[in-house]
Design a protein around this ligand. Structure first.
Ligand SMILES: Nc1nc2c(c(=O)[nH]1)N[C@H]1C(S)=C(S)[C@@H](COP(=O)(O)OP(=O)(O)OC[C@H]3O[C@@H](n4cnc5c(=O)[nH]c(N)nc54)[C@H](O)[C@@H]3O)O[C@H]1N2
Ligand SMILES: Nc1nc2c(c(=O)[nH]1)N[C@H]1C(S)=C(S)[C@@H](COP(=O)(O)OP(=O)(O)OC[C@H]3O[C@@H](n4cnc5c(=O)[nH]c(N)nc54)[C@H](O)[C@@H]3O)O[C@H]1N2
Ligand code: SF4
Ligand SMILES: [Mo]
Length: 672
């Protein structure tokens, strides 16, 4: 007997795939891509196709029971305990800290391990109610871009509807690598599109290789390139003067800068040949054109300025609010669909908020025993993903830091916990999912019983709230109530059963033309090219054509973007994936390799003031001079040296949003 359940993938991925689970009497469910899903078209990405049928369902690999530490911090020595005992232990410690020192001494850190709405957002109610401190989640990923586009457009969460690409003549992919980070968008949306594709990326990615034009610029030189493109676009007569007059503020303040940024100057700053620059401007200027800015792009010391400068392209050429035109960073689809985010996360429960700290300060501030007494991590694995790995490891080794880790797997972070709690996976409970690119909402339907005694995040925090004798009723709302409310808020004439049978729905029948009315949510209602708000924040009034300083002589810039085989730090522990991905490598070009005496397969040591890591050299002619590449997401505990690339990730804050500038990591490379 075979039954099929339609569900959705809730990973932190642009695609938001539809999933089919074949339920078989005598075997584990078989997880496949949904042929009816317009993005997925019947095939999951390679990594999920393996992991969801592998480690994700494998009880030997998963956390099955609550655990208590019996060895030193970091030793990962535990004994099994009951849920009741675990929650009692946590409740006692948190209540003690709240009474003695205040709830702000409790720090929680979380991110996008799952993006399904309840499991991702409901636990915030608990921390908001307590008034705990939080690590700003976006400061590890995309905060600089959000601040920048809020200044420019008044909203960073409303981008083009990908369905409008049918009307585009050009898709400009700037600093994203969909061939890894959005594989279905790469394969179908980009490759099938009649539009000309331009990719701007220092890496010759698969998306760059299949594009009509690839501008392989020096890392961190994007703002100069944006101004160089504007210079040519203006010379080609592609500025839309009436759009500029009606919808922008302060365009006159950048005229002289655009004048100055001629193609020769732009070439000297970015390394882009003049013909390619002109060609890109011609294609983009013909329009209508879409601009897609990736998240990798803004993980630079000047990432905010870069995003503001690039946002000038659609603003000055009027590529906004008409079919086939627009810009996109991230689409907040649940908000657009009508879901009340503040209610879901209990924003109103926060009477006396704790501190918000940047990920870039996590290691140093956690090292201070007076500042934080407890750490709770859920939906994230900072010992693999965060900056300054060595210092963070030392900080979480503090014996006086009461630490709780909630995850599906025994991660590097879990090895430092006093109490580890097992989280149920998306296959094991109902929820609602979404995509931050495509404008659809998906059903997450329970496919199997939770592995061992694992529980969904939201249920863990309900039980903990009860153990702590908290009385606020919204801390205990059940999944059914939450799902029903969200379905009502979205008002699409579907209940959850209806959503489950369809699998997904688009938030509109036809492509949405964002900013069609020409109104922006800035103070002036216009696109603020010159910004008083920026000035008040101590930032330049207008975007600047600046580039990062050159790396020191003989040093390299290390880029560590999304891997094809892992989803952030997920799947590194799947044996099939580990085999396919091979050993941790550093890609380096031939000339640089020869200069340091390396050949294919040499062992390299990458080091800087923050730490060091040993990697296998992979000589590749397409790598830019002075750049090395190593893909993110390996588990330190599974690597020979017990570190991953974040051992050399220096926590330098971006110009806006106090966010990570990981793609500006500078290292010395030596042959061992
Ligand atoms: N060097 C380098 N480092 C980077 C980056 C980079 O580009 N280069 N990128 C950064 C970026 S963009 C990000 S977003 C971060 C992401 O870094 P992380 O947040 O650490 O990564 P994820 O793998 O998304 O999720 C972490 C954990 O969530 C767990 N998880 C999955 N589902 C659930 C669930 O339902 N409940 C619970 N409790 N846990 C669950 C997974 O098992 C996994 O261990 O990494 C950052 N680190
Ligand atoms: N397979 C897979 N998919 C993922 C993830 C994953 O780990 N694996 N992670 C998910 C998450 S959390 C995120 S945030 C997204 C990230 O996905 P993307 O938005 O695609 O971002 P990244 O992979 O960090 O980097 C994208 C590209 O930016 C380039 N880049 C680096 N520096 C510069 C620069 O100075 N200028 C320009 N123009 N480009 C630069 C890198 O070379 C890289 O090719 O992907 C999500 N999807
Ligand atoms: S990780 Fe992305 S590409 Fe892979 S199945 Fe999930 S949504 Fe699709
Ligand atoms: Mo991210």
């Amino acid at each position: 007997m075979k039954k099929t359940i339609r569900t959705s993938c809730p990973r932190d991925c642009y695609d938001g795939c539809g999933v089919l689970a074949e339920i078989r009497d005598d075997a584990a469910p078989r997880i496949l891509g949904d042929p009816k899903h317009p993005v997925t078209r019947g095939r999951l990405c390679s990594k999920c196709a393996i992991a969801y049928n592998g480690v994700w369902q494998d009880s030997d690999s998963r956390l099955n029971y609550p655990l208590r530490r019996i060895g030193d911090k970091g030793s990962a020595k535990y004994e099994r305990i009951s849920w009741d005992f675990a929650l009692e232990e946590i409740a006692t410690n948190l209540n003690r800290i709240i009474q003695q020192d205040g709830a702000e001494k409790i720090l929680h850190t979380h991110y996008t391990g799952t993006l399904s709405l309840i499991a991702y957002k409901f636990p915030d109610r608990f921390f908001n109610y307590l008034g705990a401190s939080v690590v700003d989640p976006d400061s590890i990923c995309n905060a600089a871009g959000h601040v920048a586009w809020n200044l420019l457009f008044g909203n960073s969460l409303k981008g083009f509807d990908p369905r409008t690409a049918k009307d585009s003549n050009c898709i400009l992919v700037w600093g994203a690598n969909p061939s890894h980070s959005a594989p279905h968008a790469h394969e179908h949306w980009l490759e099938d599109s009649p539009a000309k594709i331009i990719v701007i990326d220092p890496i010759y990615s698969e998306s760059a290789a299949t594009a009509d034009l690839h501008l392989q610029l020096k890392p961190g030189s994007d703002a100069a390139l944006a101004f160089g493109l504007l210079h040519v676009l203006r010379e080609l007569g592609k500025f839309d003067e009436s759009y500029i007059d009606d919808h922008t503020l302060g365009a006159d303040e950048i005229v002289e800068t655009i004048d100055r940024c001629d193609p020769q100057w732009t070439h000297s700053q970015t390394g882009i040949p003049v013909e390619l620059l002109v060609n890109a401007a011609e294609i983009y200027g013909t329009g209508p054109s879409l601009l897609w800015c990736g998240q990798g792009l803004q993980r630079q010391p000047n990432g905010g300025n870069i995003m503001r400068a690039i946002g000038l392209l659609p603003s000055l050429t009027g590529n906004i609010g008409k079919p086939g035109a627009g810009f996109c960073y991230l689409n907040f689809t649940p908000g657009m669909a009508g879901i009340n985010w503040d209610t879901l996360g209990g924003a109103g429960l926060c009477k006396q908020p704790g501190k918000t700290i940047s990920h870039m300060d996590l290691a140093t501030r956690l090292a201070n025993p007076d500042e934080f007494k407890a750490l709770i991590t859920w939906n994230t694995n900072p010992l693999a993903s965060a900056a300054d790995q060595g210092a963070l490891r030392k900080a979480v080794s503090r014996t006086d830091l009461f630490t709780v880790v909630i995850d599906c797997f025994p991660t590097d972070t879990a090895a430092y916990a006093d109490i580890v709690l097992p989280a149920a996976s998306f296959l094991e409970f109902d929820d609602i999912t979404w995509s931050y690119f495509h404008l659809h909402i998906g059903a997450q339907a329970k496919v199997m019983e939770p592995v061992g005694e694992s529980l969904p995040n939201q249920e863990i925090f309900r039980r903990l709230a009860r153990k702590m004798n908290l009385v606020e009723p919204t801390l205990f709302e059940d999944d059914e109530t939450l799902i029903d409310r969200m379905m009502m808020e979205m008002n699409v004439g579907l209940d959850f059963a209806g959503l489950k049978s369809r699998g997904h729905f688009y938030i509109s029948d036809d492509p949405i033309l964002m900013f069609e009315n020409g109104k922006f949510e800035t103070t002036s209602g216009k696109i603020e090219i010159a910004s008083n708000t920026a000035e008040a924040l101590g930032l330049p009034r207008t975007p600047q054509p600046s580039v990062d300083r050159q790396t020191k002589d003989g040093h390299f810039r290390l880029l560590t973007p999304a891997s094809k085989w892992r989803l952030n730090d997920s799947y590194a522990n799947d044996p099939t994936i580990a085999r396919r991905a091979g050993p941790a490598t550093a890609l380096i070009n031939e000339t640089d390799a020869a200069r340091i005496g390396a050949t294919d397969g040499s062992r390299l040591r990458l080091r800087n003031v923050t730490g060091s890591i040993d990697l296998v050299a992979q000589v590749d002619a397409n790598v830019l001079a002075g750049v090395v590449i190593s893909y993110k997401g390996r588990w330190p505990s599974l690597e020979g040296g017990a570190v991953n690339v974040n051992s050399v990730h220096t926590p330098i804050k971006t110009d806006m949003g106090e966010s990570s500038s990981v793609h500006a990591t500078e290292v010395i490379v030596e042959v061992l």
